[in-house]
Design a protein around this ligand. Sequence first.
Ligand code: 13P
Length: 332
Amino acid sequence: MNNLNETAKALVAPGKGLLAADESLHTADKRLTEYGIEAGPEMRRQYRNLFLAASGAEQHLSGVILFEETLGQTADDGTAFPALLKAHGIVPGIKVDKGTEAMAESQDELITNGLIGLAERLVSYRAQGARFTKWRAVIRIDGDRLPTNHALLENAKRLASYAHIAQEAGLVPILEPEVLLGGNHSRLRAKEVITETLKAVFAAVEDQAVDRTAVLVKTAMALSGSESGKKDTPEEVAESTLEALIAAVPKEVPGIVFLSGGQSADQATDNLRAIALRAKEMDAPWPLTFSYARALQGEALALWQGKSEHIAAAQEAFISRLAKVAAASEGR
Ligand code: 13P
């Protein structure tokens, strides 16, 4: 178990964070199409290569979360992606949930699947080089109506079951109950829901004898809903986010990482910087850093357009954003 604690700590090493490159096949194709790029396995491989083979990324990345397909694909130079990351001192991870479906009892809410056969899948992911894992639950806010307690509890139970299985398999689990930005709720409502969600997760973690010194938490920041018309200042986001985390996350947890959740790249950078500064002032008990997908990749994808002659410019944009986000994670 000690090894898992060390891996978890390495993933939140100062000045470093994670790239979430684990979009499902459907989401990856959607992302490519949005930027006018052809979908399909080969373009998805080229898309992964753009980010994973970008030279200099290792200065700012401790780990990358991959999707199953990428774990078995090779970079342009023929190296398997997990081996390429490892050669650069970046820890390969894998998203292991199987996506969401509507809950039978609450049709506007989602439950995450993937526990069946998980232990067997983890054995092969580990053999392919993965050292940590992620499971994403999705929590929707709709005024005071959603989330229901039922959705919080069921998702929390599955997160804890997953974490137990991952630790048994020798892989660090990232617990990601993503509270969605969509909606017209206030930032304070987001804070309250993030708090309740994480409390439910840690109650389940306790129930299922998960080692909390060998997990990471991945969370949204506390932000006003995207349809609320309100734009929070970074200081407001930092205050509310840290209040939620302090109320709900045990101090033994080795680290907390943030998703970007649909914020612009600049917002995700500025809010992270404010959180890092406030965390230092408050002497928060855990390292805090990024685990972004869209905020790290969007600018590069827009430049790349699927064309080889644009790779260099796209990689430069990626490294430039990554350096800014990594600096922000240290309050700079
Ligand atoms: P975003 O940073 O695009 O929100 O993605 C992070 C992630 O892993 C969501 O599950």
